[in-house]
Design a protein around this ligand. Sequence first.
Ligand code: PEP
Ligand code: MG
Length: 570
Amino acid sequence: MHGVGVSEGITIGHAHLAIHDRLEVAHYLVPAAEVAGECARFDTAVQTVHAELEGYRNAIPSGSPPEFTAFLDLHLMILDDAMLSEAPRRLIETQRCNAEWAVKQQLDALLEQFDAIEDGYLRERKADVIQVGERVLKALLGKPGHIPVPEDLEQASILVAHDLSPADIIQFKQQQFAGFLTDLGGATSHTAIVARSLNIPAIVALHQARHLIRENDLLVVDGTQGVVIVNPDKHVLAEYRLRQDQWEIEQHKLKRLKTARSVTLDGVRVELYANIELPEDIEQVKDNRAAGIGLFRTEFLFLNRDGLPGEEEQFEAYRKVALEMGDLPVTVRTLDVGADKPLLGQERNSTNPALGLRAIRLCLSEPSLFHTQLRAILRASHYGKLRILIPMLSSLHEVEQSLHAIKKVKKDMDEEGIPYDHDIPVGGMIEVPAAALSVHVFARKLDFLSIGTNDLIQYTLAIDRTDDSVAHLYDPLHPAVLHLVSETIKGAQKAGIPISVCGEMAGDVAMTRLLLGLGLRQFSMHPAHLLRVKQQVLKTDLREIAATIRRMLKTDEPQKLRDALVQLNA
Ligand code: PEP
Ligand code: MG
């Protein structure tokens, strides 16, 4: 089964299914004389839930993550809000309905309002309102507020639930479940946040897990990949036990590197940045102590939705990242849609979409789209240390047009008196061979460069990165690719501007020494790879690898290159 892995790691154990009571709510009229009594019944239920939540709050074991108290406070706040603690009483009085029905009606009305919220984090708080509302319903129906767990449950059980509330998880903290699986939830759901803070592998959004998995089924949970294997055969099981052991040993070692400075054995400093797709990814970035954001793929704010995010919504997203990262730089890449990332309703029938109207080409052909994004980025630059990065540049003309657009937006904002960072650096991505061969020209106009190796390899080798049938030809070690990467790094150094690599190559430890040897000092990667790459940096002596790198650059035989890479990493 596939879901969204929200807390990394591998765990193996037997399933325990959380009893999921569907709350059947009856609707009946209350005689006029009993309305006051019904209101009192509702008040008592609210007080019971209040006492329950307070009880959990007071029983939080010392040393628990601070999120626990915060979540219980949030649930108490939701419960105390007049929308939940008073509005149903008015419904009982005006409609003369039973208390359960009043709570249900009020809950439905509240949830409808949540669906209209654009901010992903706030929208996910809908789950919290449901959880608190359901607690009140359970109190009215005389059902226990907690999920019952048998006393003799084995320690390494994996909890499978339709949904879990923070209070449930606190209850389960003592139970020491080895993993959590839920049908509902997203990356910022509380189950996700708490599971991450507990360091327990967890997968959410599995849709049918609670329905399909049976009590005591043997489960392999791979929280890194978001995969659950139910009743694996003995070969799969043995493979995962091995992976689990390796993962745990490795994690233990890596964690100690969080605070280590990232320098080579011979004392050269290397900056390790993170790639993000949404503001929510910041938590993982901070946890791995990245030096900043080297690539914010802003198109993820635009995908899978009807309509485009407006200036205000974009501004809030960029400002959030800027504020959260404080003094650390945040590189915001302008919209890279088209090719394999079309906007909804804009799937074009182009014969070669990867060579079509994509990234900066699309932005320059849709000035209002581009201007809206530039305004949002510039406005957010007032709140942190932002940099603008332009994707898929292939000619000087595009560089000039992009700079012109930025200048125009700045001028408008000056006239309107809107504050922004007047010195915001503007950089370009080197992802097309033509750009790699024009580094000296680009470098004169831009403040920094970033090599997008994913596309540079695709365009250099003429291999569609989304086409399985040519995937085996996709080769980061191809002499032509190495040559372009090496020359781009040299070109930027000669021009005296910073250069980074932000494609997958930067997060691949097998490539770390090679890139260091080519002169790269800034890497940007998925935050999950950061400590592993740091470990490799710490083990590298640039003087020792120099001769092998020189040899690799002179070789044009693929096999010799591969052998040399093995030697480099030995
Ligand atoms: C790249 O092409 O290497 C890159 C970082 O951009 P994306 O993967 O988003 O195309
Ligand atoms: Mg790219």
